[in-house]
Design a protein around this ligand. Structure first.
Ligand SMILES: Nc1ncnc2c1ncn2[C@@H]1O[C@H](COP(=O)(O)OP(=O)(O)O)[C@@H](O)[C@H]1O
Ligand SMILES: [Mg+2]
Length: 207
């Protein structure tokens, strides 16, 4: 039996964490085994890499280092948590995956798609999400929501609006290139309406 690999994407503040929790609860109610996780991170070692890549320190982090740390964390997370869960038939709901690298390190930082594709082939050969929910909202709307949260912004969350405009544009480009997998959801609506739209896509996958 193989499970379902669903990833949730979008810029800071669009509502990914909120929706992931709602979708998890509905899947569990339906009797599914559900693993919710996040990137970078998702295992003890990958969470340590997350801390390294997101901490706000004195020393600069070149785009290549950011890229490689993201994929180091992803290789660990994929091998140690995601694949085992899928192999036992669970639904894996993951807050960000390789699309985020195309969007942030690619669109945001200017790393080329070919470098990212090569690392993706190394870090998770043969594994693609079955479904990616791309929550989309204008940068101003999303960042205003993100600012309403309690936690302090990490190194990447502290980027400028112009950076997030590039990230959003790249996400939308990915969705245009791969419309069967990547479903764009208008995240400006209220939480219940966004959840209903997201759930329709999970239902198509057999939820
Ligand atoms: N549809 C929505 N409308 C208004 N506020 C929302 C909506 N979805 C989430 N929020 C709020 O916006 C903030 C950011 O949501 P969050 O789920 O943390 O976003 P993300 O995980 O994408 O950064 C939270 O305070 C959350 O309660
Ligand atoms: Mg979140």
């Amino acid at each position: 039996m193989t499970g379902r690999f669903v990833t949730v994407e979008g810029i800071e503040g669009v509502g990914k964490s909120t929706q992931l929790e709602r979708l998890r609860a509905r899947l569990v109610e339906g009797g599914h085994e559900v693993v919710t996780t996040r990137e970078p991170g998702g295992t003890p070692l990958a969470e340590r890499i997350r801390a390294l890549v997101l901490e706000r320190g004195e020393e600069g982090v070149p785009p290549a280092a950011e890229l490689l740390l993201m994929f180091a964390a992803r290789a660990v997370h994929t091998a140690n948590r995601i694949r085992p869960a899928l192999e036992r038939g669970a639904w894996v709901l993951c807050d960000r995956y390789t699309d985020a690298t195309y969007a942030y390190q690619g669109g945001g930082r200017g790393v080329g798609d070919a470098s990212i594709a090569a690392l993706a082939g190394l870090a998770h050969p043969g594994l693609q999400p079955d479904l990616t929910l791309l929550f989309d909202a204008p940068v101003g709307v999303a960042l205003a929501r993100a600012r309403g949260r309690a936690q302090a912004a990490d190194r990447i969350e502290s980027e400028t609006s112009i950076f997030f405009e590039r990230v959003r544009a790249k996400y939308l480009e990915i969705a245009r290139r791969d419309p069967d997998r990547v479903r764009v959801i208008d995240a400006t609506r209220d939480t219940d309406a966004v959840e209903a739209a997201a759930w329709r896509h999970l239902a198509e996958l057999g939820a």
